[in-house]
Design a protein. Structure first.
Length: 367
């Protein structure tokens, strides 16, 4: 479950900063770089389901979006009882996407929570309402602890086709979503948490590991949902809403969704951190400059990889001219003519004559 994040990374403040460049200008002084956010054109539409966003217990308007979706579907067909499954339900109240549905009547469901103390509160709230609270750690690697296995074992009253599934486990949400799409259970609507810092052109799927706490990108969820016939219908800050084909048709008919709506018209990255580089090798940050879940600033200086940064292809004229070296008078030495170099043949002949003379001297001594 996404906890409240300290600070705001959505504002485009004007920042004036001194550049970290190390190359000097013609005068040899450091220049000040102006850095600010430029106005951009957003493709995000605000007249769809997001206009109904409101919170009763949810975090970022999910209660209102869910109500608007099912108000649209109920006009076509209203079953006597609707069903939901909440994976990562906490205590059933804190930042809950299903509390309003399950306590207002007309809904029943199963709620899964790994923490014992929270699950105890969950049972206390939902047992009188006829809902099932399951204390279990949902796994994306152990099939015996998958959502499907846990529902079949502990919540046999839940039908194979439900109306809403909410997945919020701060990590392997992608893999739980994938397992549900490929399981015997189906849902008209899925609400799945994604990592809001990742841009739309990044398909990031965290490792299939229960211990991984990274989060996957919205683009990865959209790609996965599309493979199984589901369509992105809306997003809030952390959650994506996916609907099946008939539900999408109803939303389009009511003007709550356009046939050509896509990730860019239904979401805007407001918590992203961009990295760009300067000619001299300096790395610069733009956007959110803090570790969102750790409440610490990102130290730009510690990101630098190149020491003594400079542009490697600058013309020679960019270099500051050094003063000419002072010439010192050299000491006058007497001229000594060098011996003329000998030809190789002459050198060889001289060596042979020397050897012959030495042999004659040796013989004379022995005689």
């Amino acid at each position: 479950m996404a906890e409240t994040i300290d600070g705001d990374c959505t504002s485009a403040a004007v920042i004036l900063s001194r550049s970290t460049q190390h190359s000097a200008n013609a005068a040899g002084a450091m220049a000040a770089a102006e850095i600010r956010s430029a106005p951009t054109r957003s493709l995000r539409r605000r007249d769809g389901l997001i206009q109904f966003a409101r919170d009763e217990t949810s975090q970022n308007g999910e209660d209102g979006v869910i109500a608007a979706i099912f108000a649209c579907l109920d006009k076509r067909q209203r079953p006597k009882t609707r069903w939901c499954v909440d994976v990562g339900a906490w205590d059933g109240v804190h930042l809950s996407n299903t509390h309003t549905l399950l306590t207002a009547g007309g809904w029943r469901g199963a709620l899964l929570e790994a923490d014992a103390a929270r699950c105890a509160k969950l049972r206390e709230l939902h047992a009188p309402l006829g809902n099932v609270a399951i204390e279990a750690f949902v796994s994306c690697v152990d099939a015996s602890r998958s959502v499907e296995s846990l529902l079949r074992k502990h919540a046999k009253s839940v039908p194979l086709g439900v109306d809403l599934v909410s997945v919020d486990v701060d990590g392997c949400d992608y893999w739980i979503f994938k397992d549900l799409l490929e399981s015997g259970y189906g849902s008209r609507v899925y609400v799945v948490e994604f990592n809001p810092t990742m841009p739309h052109d990044v398909v990031y799927i965290q490792p299939r590991a229960d211990a991984a706490r990274e989060g996957s990108s919205l683009a990865a969820l959209v790609e996965l949902a599309k493979k199984h016939g589901y369509h992105l219908a809306e997003t809030t800050l952390f959650n994506a809403f996916f609907v099946d084909g008939p539900a999408r048709g109803a939303l389009v008919a009511d003007g709550l969704l356009r046939p050509d709506d896509d990730i860019d018209s239904l979401h805007e990255v407001t918590m992203g951190t961009a990295l760009y580089q300067l000619y001299d090798g300096a790395l610069k940050l733009h956007g959110c400059k803090k570790f969102l879940w750790h409440r610490r600033p990102i130290d730009e200086a510690r990101l630098q990889q190149i020491e003594g940064r400079d542009f490697p292809f600058k013309p020679n004229g960019d270099k500051a001219k050094k003063p000419p070296k002072k010439r010192h008078k050299s000491k006058v030495k007497a001229f000594k003519p060098k011996a003329a170099p000998r030809e190789p043949a002459v050198v060889a002949a001289a060596a042979a004559l020397g050897l012959a003379a030495a042999l004659l001297v040796a013989r004379a001594r022995r005689a």
